[in-house]
Write a protein that binds this ligand. Structure first.
Ligand code: HEC
Length: 121
């Protein structure tokens, strides 16, 4: 009985993985990014690039945004792991980035933001 319940919960949890769903609700912690980044499809770039649709693209590819040479040359792909690393330590992950943000060290918050960004498609 218990095992069946646990299995059912695990299955339900895996169905909640973002990959094929609509965008996740914006987590409140995204507020630390929102001053510089828009996230709606077709929204203009701000101080930072619009983050819609960057999941699994290469760094520095958002159209119309003047990226730093460091970002463009980095060849970093925006996977979940790379997003989390960049959110936690932007300057260490992409040395020379012009993103003026010290980093959000909390791993849970960083993962929450990464999952949200990955769902924007
Ligand atoms: C004060 C403004 C500012 C804040 C706050 C900020 N960013 Fe940025 N972000 C930028 C700028 C500017 C760039 C471009 C950096 C470059 O070209 O080196 C950038 C680049 C990025 C990129 C690379 C996009 C791409 O396609 O290459 C990601 C991802 C990103 N930011 C995510 C975040 C997240 C997530 C947060 C919050 C945890 C955040 N940023 C907070 C200004 C900001």
């Amino acid at each position: 009985m218990l095992n069946r319940f646990v299995l059912a919960s695990v299955l339900t949890a895996s169905l909640a993985v973002p990959a094929f769903a609509a965008p996740l609700p914006k987590p409140p912690i995204f507020g630390v990014c929102g001053a510089c980044h828009k996230v709606e499809k077709g929204a203009p770039n701000g101080i930072g690039p619009n983050l819609w649709g960057i999941a699994n693209t290469k760094a520095g590819e958002v159209p119309g945004f003047a990226f730093s040479p460091a970002m463009k040359a980095s060849k970093v792909k925006w996977t979940r792991a790379n997003l989390i690393a960049f959110i936690q330590e932007p300057q260490k992950t992409i040395p020379g980035t012009r993103m003026p943000f010290a980093g959000l060290k909390n791993p849970t918050s960083a993962a929450q933001i990464a999952d949200y960004i990955l769902s924007l498609k």
